[in-house]
Design a protein around this ligand. Structure first.
Ligand SMILES: [Zn+2]
Length: 147
C-alpha cells in the first residue's frame, strides 16, 4: 500500500479519491495498517466529515467507505478489536477477512448466492456466524456474534 498517497487521497475532500483510499485501508492487512501513523487520524476525521453529499444518490453513499476506513483506524488507536466493526458494517466478507489475516473460517455452508460461515476472530477469539449475500448490486455480509 502506498501510505502517502492513501493518506493524501482520503484527506483530499474528493469523494472518489476518498472512496478508493478508503478501500485501501479496509483491505489492508495488519502489517500495512501498522504503517499508517495514528496521528494522521485527526486530519482524516476532519476531511471525511466534510465530504460533500453525492450529487446523484446511488445505491450506496460512497462516503460510507472512507467513514468505515476511519473507524478501522479509530479502533486501532483505542486498541479495540477490529471485529467489533463487523456487525455494523456489511462490507467485511469472511473469505477476504481471512486472506487479510484477521479471522479464521471454521466452517462454510456453500449455499448458492447466500453462503454461510462460522468464523473466529484471530485477535480476540470471538466467534461469529456470517450470512453473505451475492444477490444485490454488491456482495454484503451480515455478522452476528455466537455466544
Ligand atoms: Zn476480535
Amino acid at each position: 500500500m502506498d501510505i502517502e498517497k492513501t493518506l493524501k487521497d482520503i484527506s483530499s475532500g474528493d469523494n472518489h479519491l476518498a472512496w478508493s483510499a478508503g478501500w485501501c485501508i479496509i483491505k489492508a492487512n495488519a502489517i500495512d495498517l501498522n504503517e499508517i501513523p495514528l496521528d494522521s487520524i485527526a486530519v482524516i476525521r476532519t476531511a471525511v466529515e466534510k465530504l460533500p453529499a453525492p450529487e446523484c444518490p446511488s445505491v450506496a453513499d460512497s462516503r460510507e467507505i472512507p467513514k468505515l476506513a476511519l473507524k478501522i483506524l479509530e479502533h486501532k488507536e483505542s486498541n479495540t478489536c477490529r471485529c467489533n466493526l463487523y456487525k455494523s458494517a456489511q462490507r467485511f466478507l469472511p473469505e477476504e477477512e481471512q486472506v487479510r489475516g484477521y479471522i479464521l473460517i471454521e466452517k462454510k455452508n456453500d449455499i448458492p448466492w447466500e453462503p454461510e460461515f462460522h468464523c473466529k476472530c484471530l485477535s480476540c477469539g470471538k466467534k461469529y456466524f456470517v450470512h453473505e449475500s451475492h444477490s444485490y448490486h454488491y456482495p454484503w455480509a451480515e455478522w452476528s456474534a455466537i455466544t
